[in-house]
Write a protein that binds this ligand. Structure first.
Ligand code: FMN
Length: 220
């Protein structure tokens, strides 16, 4: 079973950095999106900015709305569903999902967590490893940025609750089979004086990320 979204190739692009200017994740996802749109001239492009337009946190009514038949919903559940439903439809209609994700306090921005809490509904959950849900078969590109460095062998490796967490979340909703992570690390080297010696590392990492998304955009 494969769910590639609508017949036209569709890219759902989500950013969540609180920065509108100087954001590394926004810069890299924008490059992917521009290349993807060039490669798919007839495609559909959907953009959502959780940084400037956050969605409300999930609540009891929203969870209940996801569990019950639409016609059985109470008024507050209907209102809660009106927030969740467009987000769920967007992710179902996409063939490719592009997430720009800064590291905040070793994990993901709360704005993106709020989005995951809305789109993690029972029809998407795969249950057992290897199971399938309505989103299985889509491609996901995750562009991350970290102020420091958390790669294998670094002193902070065990503090990385961003990439392993995202992988687990994506697996849970059927997006774990075809997922690519693109990292830009040491981004704070440009603004924190103590990290100045790491500027070449930051620049090399950013350049690698640019090359990676250029490649990925034309093969998705
Ligand atoms: C609220 C907040 C928390 C952050 N926490 C971390 C952190 O735990 N580890 C880290 O390496 N960088 C941290 N940073 C730095 C960001 O990860 C870094 O600036 C990154 O480039 C942000 O993504 P952006 O450039 O797309 O805005 C934090 C930044 C902010 C604003």
């Amino acid at each position: 079973m494969s769910h590639q979204g609508t017949t036209r190739p569709t890219l759902l692009h989500i950013d969540c950095s609180i920065r509108q200017n100087g954001s590394v994740t926004r810069e890299i996802t924008a490059i992917f999106a521009a290349e993807w749109r060039r490669a798919h001239p007839g495609g559909t492009y959907v953009y959502r900015d959780l940084g400037s337009s956050p969605i409300p946190h999930v609540d009891e009514a929203a969870v209940a709305a996801g569990l019950h038949a639409r016609e059985a919903l109470e008024e507050n559940q209907r209102a809660a569903w009106a927030v969740s439903e467009p987000l769920i439809n967007e992710v179902r209609q996409a063939g490719t999902i592009l997430l720009g994700v800064p590291m905040y306090n070793y994990s993901i921005p709360s704005a993106l967590k709020a989005w995951f809490d809305r789109v993690t509904v029972k029809e998407h959950m795969v249950g057992d490893p290897g199971g399938e849900g309505l989103l299985t078969g889509k491609r996901t590109i995750v562009v991350t940025a970290q102020g420091g460095s958390y790669g294998p062998g670094t002193p902070r490796e065990r503090y990385d609750f961003q990439q392993p967490y995202l992988r687990a979340l994506l697996e849970q909703i059927g997006l774990g089979r075809d997922v690519e992570f693109v990292r830009s690390e040491m981004t704070l080297a440009h603004s924190v004086p103590a990290l100045e010696p790491f500027r070449p590392m930051a620049e090399a990492s950013r350049e690698e990320a640019v090359q990676a998304v250029r490649r990925l955009a034309v093969t998705s």
